[in-house]
Write a protein that binds this ligand. Structure first.
Ligand code: PLP
Length: 393
């Protein structure tokens, strides 16, 4: 028996919802199922809805500051959930993590400098590097026996060759779903420390480690690692608050923090949104039970997908250690990427993120979002299964 409702299908169409409305705006059928962008089809934690309702009723929505209670709620969350307590002076608030990635690129590198990433990876990493006139250098993840690992030697070679100043780490990794272990993080961190490379750790999916896995905050590895780190966090994935536009960036090193803040200041962004602050504090203070129940639901949805994939010849599931975005290996279908796109969109009537969005290394894969009521996930899996079974008929 669950306390919270993760079963009701909430109609998000015609609400200016990116996930559900952008597809028909692009001319596609409205009854296609959109399991692409990483937000959830669930209502947020009731505590946040109550706090927001109260704040709405107050009626005055002027410039807003984070309160002591806000900072403590965030610090306590990371301490309770991840055994690592960010200090109060490390905080910098931004309207999003991608925004913060852009700030970090501008604060810590010059035009033309190299920034290193590990594709296949969340595609705005590439965009924030290239759109800011920096050079993207890649050290692709290794994919062997259905599992992804870091290529430490290749990474170090690329650092030496490119003289990169910045590494954008995805921890846990979207889209391959790895929750990097302490050992892996330490090895990659040691290479960065040895070459004086700053590490931007995008930890936005930190709260979604699946059973038997855990999130290791990069900055928890020790003082030198924290000193080199810009840790990007947000309640937006965890509690489905992306539309409220608020993230907490932790920068332990005072000089680095000052450089980041100078860059941020030039954008003209100053105070956070009143609703972002209100919802964040409520979720971090009172949303824990809701999150634990949600994770159980996501786990069940993963089971639904796993069972369906087992019935799809040519498709396999890369084991998901964290995030709610499993990565499906479709390379056994004998299709090129255009063929996979036709299969997903025309035959299965789904909107999924195609692997090549995450770099050429994603060729042959698709990413599916499991954060929807189980009946909807089941429907999407059925459609994909039928489409795969219909291939060549
Ligand atoms: C790894 C990663 N970073 C950042 C974001 C987006 O963050 P924001 O909406 O705060 O810019 C996402 C969203 O999918 C993500 O997967």
């Amino acid at each position: 028996m669950t306390k919270y409702d993760f079963e009701t299908i909430i109609d998000r169409r015609n609400t200016g919802c990116l996930k559900w409305d952008a597809w028909s705006r692009r001319g596609h059928a409205a009854d296609d199922l959109p399991l692409w962008v990483a937000d959830m089809d669930f209502k947020t934690a009731p505590a946040a809805i109550e706090a927001l309702t109260e704040r709405v009723q107050h009626g005055v929505y002027g410039y807003t500051m984070a309160t002591d209670g806000y900072y403590e709620s965030v610090q306590n969350w990371f301490e309770r959930r991840h055994g690592w307590r960010p200090e109060r002076e490390w905080f910098v608030m931004t309207p999003g993590v991608v925004f913060a990635l852009s700030m970090a690129v501008n604060a810590f590198t010059q035009p033309g400098d190299a920034v290193i990433i590990q594709p296949p990876v969340y595609y705005p990493f590439r965009l924030m590097i290239q759109d800011n006139g920096r050079k993207m250098v890649t050290s692709p993840l290794r994919y062997e026996n259905g599992r992804y690992t870091m290529d430490f030697e290749g990474f170090e070679r690329q650092l030496e060759k490119s003289a990169a100043k910045l590494f954008i780490l995805c921890n846990p990794h979207n889209p391959v779903g790895r929750a990097w272990t302490e050992d892996e993080l330490r090895r990659i961190g040691d290479i960065c420390l040895a070459h004086n490379v700053r590490v931007v750790a995008d930890e936005i999916h930190a709260d979604f480690a699946r059973p038997d896995f855990k999130h290791v905050p990069f900055a928890s590895l020790g003082r030198e690692y924290a000193d080199a780190a810009v840790v990007c966090t947000a309640p937006s994935k965890t509690f489905n608050l992306a539309g409220l536009q608020l993230s907490n960036i932790f920068i332990p090193n005072a000089d680095a923090r000052a450089a980041f803040k100078r860059t941020l200041g030039r954008t003209g962004y100053d105070e956070p949104s009143v609703f972002g602050v209100t919802a964040t504090q409520a979720c971090y203070e009172q949303g824990e039970e809701w999150l634990d129940e949600l994770k159980g639901v996501l786990n069940e949805n993963y089971g639904v997908l796993q069972a369906a994939v087992d019935r799809m010849p040519g498709v396999s599931l890369v084991p998901l250690e964290s995030t709610y975005l499993p990565w499906l290996d479709c390379s056994g279908l004998g299709l090129d990427d255009a063929g996979i796109k036709r299969l997903v969109e025309q035959d299965a009537k789904l909107w999924l993120d195609l692997g090549t969005m995450f770099g050429p290394e994603g060729s042959g894969f698709v990413r599916m979002n499991l954060a929807s009521p189980k009946s909807l996930v089941q429907e999407a899996c059925d459609r994909l299964e039928q489409a795969v079974k219909g291939l060549g008929k």
